[in-house]
Write a protein that binds this ligand. Structure first.
Ligand SMILES: Nc1ncnc2c1ncn2[C@@H]1O[C@H](COP(=O)(O)OP(=O)(O)OP(=O)(O)O)[C@@H](O)[C@H]1O
Ligand SMILES: [Mg+2]
Length: 246
C-alpha cells in the first residue's frame, strides 16, 4: 500500500514544490512507483520543477471525477516510474469536495509506493483538501522566524485534525548565515515543536533548473540540494541517514 505524503507550509514560497519534485525524482530513481499530485489549485507549478511542463497535463480533478483513468497520468519522460497529475486551473480549492481527492488516493494507493501531494501555502480550502487526503505530512520551512512560526501553527492545526505524523524540513539553510544570527537548527525545531526529517541547503541550482525547465536531478545531479533530497527520500523509506546539523 502506497504512502500518502503531503508537503505543506504555512508561509508561501518556503520551497514545498521544489522539495516535492526533488523527493519524487529521488524516490523514482530508487525504483519506487511515485505519483506526484499538484494540489495548488489555480496556481500550479509542480510541472516546471519536475521538468514536464511541455506535456499534455491531466488534472487530478479530471481523474477523480472519472473523466480519465489514472493510468493516463503523465509519465515522466526520464523517470518512467514517476507519474504526475496537475492541479485544475478552472476552479478554486473550495469548489472541490475533499472526498473526491481522498477517493482518488484510495485508488492510487494500490498502484503506487509513494503518493506525494504538493500543497498550496496557508490554511485555507487547499490545505483542508490535502490534510484530509494525506496520512504523513512534511512541513517545509525556511530558517527565518516568520516561516517557522507559521509551520508551528500548521502543525497545531494538523494535530487538531487528528493528523499526528508530521515532520519538519528546513529548506534554504545557509549555515554561515545561521551562525551570524546565532541560530541553530535545534532552535528552529524547538520553535516549530516538530521533529526534523531533513535540511536542504540554499542552492542556486534550484531556481536555475526551474528557469531552464529541467528537473534538478538532471540539471545538476550532484548539487547540494539534489543530494539533500536523496537523503530525505532515504529517510522516508526508513533507512538511517544522519542529518548534518553543523
Ligand atoms: N534550496 C533552495 N535553494 C535556493 N532556492 C530555493 C531552494 N528551494 C526553493 N528555492 C526557490 O524558492 C522559490 C520558491 O520555491 P517553491 O516554488 O518551491 O516554493 P513553494 O513553497 O512551493 O511556493 P508557493 O507557496 O508559492 O507554492 C523558487 O524560486 C525556488 O527556486
Ligand atoms: Mg508551490
Amino acid at each position: 500500500m502506497g504512502e500518502r505524503i503531503a508537503i505543506l507550509s504555512g508561509k508561501g514560497g518556503t520551497g514545498k514544490t521544489s522539495v516535492c519534485a526533488g523527493l519524487a525524482v529521488a524516490l523514482a530513481r530508487e525504483r519506487k512507483r511515485v505519483l506526484c499530485v499538484d494540489c495548488d489549485v489555480g496556481l500550479r507549478n509542480l510541472d516546471i520543477s519536475l521538468g514536464v511542463q511541455d506535456g499534455a497535463a491531466l488534472s487530478f480533478l479530471e481523474v477523480a471525477r472519472g473523466q480519465y483513468p489514472l493510468d493516463k497520468a503523465i509519465r515522466h519522460p526520464q523517470f518512467p516510474k514517476l507519474s504526475f497529475l496537475t492541479a485544475p486551473m478552472n476552479c478554486t480549492a473550495d469548489q472541490i469536495d475533499p472526498a473526491l481527492l481522498t477517493a482518488l488516493l484510495d485508488q492510487a494507493q494500490g498502484e503506487f509506493d509513494y503518493i506525494l501531494l504538493d500543497a498550496p501555502a496557508g490554511v485555507g480550502a487547499g490545505f483542508r483538501l490535502v490534510a484530509q487526503a494525506a496520512r504523513r505530512f512534511l512541513l517545509v520551512t525556511g530558517p527565518g522566524p516568520a516561516a517557522v512560526r507559521d509551520a508551528a501553527r500548521v502543525g497545531e492545526l494538523l494535530e487538531l485534525m487528528g493528523r499526528n505524523n508530521v515532520r519538519l524540513i528546513v529548506n534554504r539553510v545557509d549555515k554561515s548565515m545561521l551562525r551570524a544570527v546565532r541560530l541553530t537548527i535545534d532552535d528552529v525545531m524547538d520553535t516549530a515543536g516538530l521533529a526534523l526529517t531533513g535540511i536542504v541547503p540554499e542552492d542556486p541550482n534550484v531556481p536555475l533548473a526551474s528557469s531552464f525547465g529541467q528537473c534538478l536531478s538532471l540539471y545538476a545531479p550532484r548539487c547540494p540540494a539534489a543530494r539533500a533530497y536523496r537523503r530525505i527520500a532515504r529517510r522516508l523509506q526508513g533507512y538511517y541517514e544522519p542529518i548534518p546539523l553543523r
